[in-house]
Structure formats: C-alpha cells, structure tokens
Write a protein that binds this ligand. Structure first.
Ligand code: AMP
Length: 275
C-alpha cells in the first residue's frame, strides 16, 4: 500500500491507473469498522481503492473539536492496509486549500436543517472538500456511510447538480455489538456516557418498531415516543424526513429516515435508521 502525502503524488499515482476502476473512500481518520466496511466494499467492487485521511478544517465551526479531533495516522494506515486498500492520500491543509478561493454553498434549506441547524456552514465546508477530493481522485465510485445521512444526501445532490462523473455508493451503518453506532468520537465518551448513549439505539429501535410493526405513520407520535426514551440525554433533535431530506407529515416505508442527535457530556453523537 502506498501513502500519497501530496496532491502531486496522488495525481502521479492516479495517472498510472488509466484503465482501471477506482473506488474512493474519503475519511477524517481515526479509522474504525464503520470506515473499513466502506473500504472492503470498495476493494470488492473496484480494481483500485484509494482512501483519503484529511481532517477538513472548513467543516468545523468556531469552538468545535478541530484541534481535539482524534489523529492516529500510523494505526490508521495499518487498518487501511489490512482492508486491502491500494493507496492512502494524506494531504496537508495547504495542499488542499488556497487563500480566498471559491467554495460550495450547501442548499439553504437542506444544508441548514438537522445537523446544519446546529452547525451552520458545516456542510459548505464538507461539500467543498468532497468536491475537491472527487475531482482530484477521479474515482469511478465513491463510498459514503448512511451514518451521516444528511451528508450523503447533500453529496448525492451536488454530484447530480454539477454533473460529476462518479457513482456515489451509500453504505450501511455499522454498529458496536451493543448497538452504539460506530464513530471516531465514541472514544471521548466516559463510561457513564457510553452506557447512556445506548438510549439512542433503544429509542431508534422503538421508533422502528412503532413504524414497521404497529404501522404508525405519524412522525409526531414516533418522535414523542422516542423523546420519552431519550429524556435523560441532552437531545438536539429527533426528526423524520423523506430520503430527499424534505420533512413530511407522514412516514412512508422505503422513503423515510428517522434521525437523532444528542450530546453526552461534550460529545455530540448522531444516529439514524432508514425506513
Ligand atoms: P468520517 O471519518 O467520520 O468523516 O467518516 C468517513 C466516512 O465513513 C463517511 O462516509 C461516514 O458516513 C462513514 N462512516 C462513519 N461511521 C460509520 C459507521 N458507523 N457506519 C458506516 N459508515 C460510517
């Protein structure tokens, strides 16, 4: 496996793979099984797999955990290699960003609800770096987790709007054995918070049961029942949306997502299920 430390090295590597299908998995590192499941799928479906590890400063807001975001490159490189990845792109910030350059603006509605409401501008930074990375890597397919549902949908919209020549592959959300959604931020949870975090999974499962077994279609009823379970937590939102992120007054099977964000101590967790 190759480590590509600059844009120049990436372009040289990429130019050698002319006729091959290329899978791409963008990450911010602190690699866990959620990430490696994306890599393994890419390895299965493409001749070459490229992973990027880049903690993107423009998607962090003032006061967020940019400087504290977990960084463990050596361990990450081993996990990528074990997953069968061919190259890991690890650029510096200066290699990716110029001063005073244009950026992508997320849709003023879809980019400013849910995560965007609590983190205004986050998705501009995310879309900007994803556009840059997609253009640099020129992948056949790019893999994104359903864990970050809103991110995935905004990327799909951007790829369509800008006619990018890449296939976006949505991938299943990977959980710990006890149900907690895997996340690089889980390591920050105290023992007590880690236990409490399971309420998110419990609430989501209860919501799912109401919809799929009790045939409940009213998002208000589902949200209220879930909020009752989530009472001990500092909940930021519980929301039901359609798969295009529009808020609807009726849950539709095969077309809905139920999303939760909650803070445990200083750690913000998100989770969801697709109905
Ligand atoms: P991140 O490093 O958090 O930016 O995540 C990089 C990619 O991994 C994104 O497409 C995420 O949606 C995906 N990802 C993160 N956690 C999980 C998970 N638990 N299951 C599936 N995909 C995940």
């Amino acid at each position: 496996m190759k480590q590509l430390k600059s844009v120049k090295e990436l372009i040289e590597f990429r130019n050698k793979q002319k006729k091959k299908s290329v899978g791409f998995v963008p990450t911010m590192g602190a690699i866990h099984q959620g990430h490696t499941s994306l890599m393994e799928r890419s390895v299965e479906e493409n001749d070459i797999t490229i992973v990027s590890i880049f903690v993107n400063p423009t998607q962090f807001l003032e006061g967020e955990d940019l400087s504290k975001y977990p960084r463990q490159l050596e361990k990450d490189l081993i996990k990528c290699e074990e997953s069968g990845v061919d190259a890991v792109f690890t650029p510096s910030i200066d290699d990716i960003y110029e001063k005073n350059e244009p950026k992508v603006a997320a849709d003023p509605v879809k980019g400013y609800i849910l995560e965007g409401k609590n983190r205004p501008g986050h998705f501009d930074g995310m879309l900007t770096v994803v556009l840059k990375l997609l253009n640099l890597v020129r992948a056949t397919r790019a893999y994104f987790g359903r864990k970050d549902a809103q991110q995935l949908i905004l990327i799909e919209d951007m790829v369509k709007a800008f006619a990018l020549k890449v296939q976006i592959v949505p991938c299943i959300l990977v959980r710990e054995k006890d149900g907690l959604a895997m996340s690089s931020r889980n390591i920050y949870l105290s023992k007590e918070n880690r236990e409490q975090a399971l309420l998110i999974y419990k609430a989501l499962n209860y919501g799912k049961m109401l919809i799929t077994e009790n045939d409940e279609k009213d998002p208000k009823v589902v949200k209220e029942a879930m909020l009752e379970i989530l009472k001990p937590l500092d909940v930021e939102y519980v929301e039901c949306t359609n798969r295009d992120l529009t808020i609807s007054d009726s849950i539709e099977i095969e077309n809905s997502i139920v999303l939760v964000a909650a803070k445990l101590g200083n750690t913000r967790l998100i989770d969801n299920f697709w109905i």
